[in-house]
Design a protein. Structure first.
Length: 264
């Protein structure tokens, strides 16, 4: 298939709250808005498409950013409503909010922090795919060593897990690009692509903000490491490497349609 599914969890920045910092929604939106524009600049320069999983909060408070995402050819999907306080009914409310703001039908969902979601219920409200699974073992966050690594169907919804390496299930998500030597990360991505035929990864806008300049955020080193403009360059070099290898960047909905067509 040779496809790259690049995605961004486009949410209000709330990580400082996890470390006891009194951080408002407005402050979080300011950080994520800057980061989203930096991401879009890279994608425009590289001519690469991506999928932006947006919270209801972000969509309502940054409609101009939502418009830029769509105008530049990317897909908008849903990512709950309030990232800090997710509710059981957010999959439906998120769809209503994002569709109202964008004027477009939304087909995909990712639960905040990739927590579980009821696929039968999200199918009922019209989602075609769910990307809420990281099939790795990450202490304190995920324990999914027996979950499928590759896409699969459940309750008529295509499940699109984040990519992990074939045997050790090492996660190839945002923290890995922050902290691994860049060459090693690229090799692991290429190895996974050879094995799976496609690659799914995700980042957050706030990673592209200059976190190291804000000690008051109390961010852990593994998040601050290579953040801001360094992360902009790392993302750009990753895209360049994948394009040079002949891989195509597609949205998640395009992936769903291609896979279903191939399996008819």
């Amino acid at each position: 298939m040779r496809m790259i599914l690049l995605s961004f969890d486009t949410e209000e920045f709330d990580v400082p709250r996890e470390h006891g910092v009194d951080f408002s929604l407005e402050e979080g939106m300011a950080v994520s808005t800057v980061g989203t524009h930096r991401i879009l600049d890279v994608l425009r320069e590289q001519g690469a498409k991506a999928t932006f999983f947006c919270t209801g909060n972000f969509a309502e408070k940054a409609p101009e950013v939502m418009r830029r995402i769509m105008d530049e050819g990317h897909e908008v999907a849903c990512h709950g409503v309030d990232h800090w306080q997710p509710q059981a009914t957010d999959f439906a409310r998120s769809k209503e909010i994002v569709e109202r703001v964008t004027g477009r039908t939304v087909y995909g969902y990712r639960q905040p922090r990739m927590f579980p979601v009821n696929d039968e219920e999200i199918a009922h409200v019209g989602y075609r795919y769910n990307s809420s699974l990281n099939p790795a073992f990450i202490p304190g966050r995920y324990m999914h060593l027996t979950s499928p690594r590759k896409w699969f169907m459940k309750d008529d919804v295509m499940q699109i897990p984040a990519s992990v390496t074939p045997w050790l299930r090492f996660p190839l998500f945002w923290l890995s690009l922050h902290n691994l030597p860049e060459g090693l990360y690229h090799r692991l991505v290429r190895r996974t692509l050879r094995h799976d035929g496609y690659f799914v990864t995700y980042f957050h806008p706030w990673e592209f903000y200059d976190l190291k300049e804000h000690p008051e955020f109390k961010m852990p080193y593994i998040i601050r490491n290579h953040s801001g403009h360094e992360m902009v360059q790392r993302l750009s070099r990753l895209i360049t490497m994948l394009k040079d290898k002949g891989y195509n960047f597609v949205t998640f909905t395009e992936f769903v349609e291609k896979v279903k067509k191939e399996n008819e």
